[in-house]
Design a protein around this ligand. Structure first.
Ligand code: CA
Length: 238
């Protein structure tokens, strides 16, 4: 599903630039010149993120952000401020506003897209972070860092645990190696996509009954890897 963002901004040039670049990146984007119209839209439509200018013709961006945070259904919606002046920036940086990030004008569209993607990924992680993941015969407990398969404890390294936890938290989703490196190894990694293959192989040896015919950790040729809980359930019950 395409992610939908809205921009509330009264400078038409900026709106056009942002619309063009986000559409190119596969986002749906709606724009509003007035804060109140944007807020009205947010209350009626599902939106993944808001780009919010500060100086607007009616209520300013701070006021709009405050209203978003005060709304039970919108309060966790990510907001990125578009700021023009250093005094605006000072207020954005103040704790009371509740923005997720800010970008200073003039900004490069590429940078803005990157910031938006980073905030959306963070949001996804918060939403999906569970203390215990149970999938088929596998159980991962992040509090104790323990993994059990069919009730038996399996010794995993911290990285192996993290990789397995990420995949098992998103069952059936296919992830390519670069995405897995980003999610598990982080940004300052000095590793290659091959590293992912090595760790997957080790994990298979530890958790699969037949590592050469994996049930949990499946290779999707040309795409990457995915975690499959269903087949394991069949195996476990049969
Ligand atoms: Ca403005």
């Amino acid at each position: 599903m395409r992610q939908r963002i809205i921009i509330i901004e009264d400078e038409r040039d900026i709106v056009e630039l942002v619309r063009y670049n986000f559409r190119k990146e596969g986002f749906e984007i709606e724009s509003f010149l007035r804060g109140r119209d944007g807020l009205e839209y947010l209350r009626r439509n599902p939106v993944d993120l808001v780009l919010l200018d500060i100086m607007l013709p009616d209520e300013d961006g701070f006021e709009i952000c405050k209203r978003i945070r005060a709304d039970e259904r919108l309060k966790t919606l990510p907001v990125i401020f578009l700021t023009a002046k250093s005094e605006e920036m000072d207020r954005v940086l103040g704790l009371e506003i509740g923005a997720d990030d800010y970008v200073v004008k003039p900004f490069s569209p590429r940078e803005l897209v990157a910031r938006v993607k980073a905030v959306l990924r963070r949001q996804e992680r918060v939403a999906e972070k569970k203390e215990v993941v149970e999938a088929g015969a596998l159980r991962l407990d992040t509090r104790t860092q323990e993994a059990t398969v069919r009730g038996k404890l399996v010794e995993l390294s911290a990285l192996e645990f993290k990789l397995l936890y990420f995949l098992a938290s998103h069952p059936r989703h296919v992830f390519d190696r670069d995405r897995l490196l980003d999610e598990v190894w982080g940004r300052d990694r000095f590793v290659t996509p091959r590293t992912v293959d090595v760790h997957i192989r080790r994990l298979r040896e530890k958790i699969e009954e037949q590592p050469n015919h994996p049930q949990f950790l499946q290779t999707i040729r040309g795409s990457g890897y995915r975690f499959s809980p269903e087949i394991m359930e069949e195996v476990a019950s049969g």
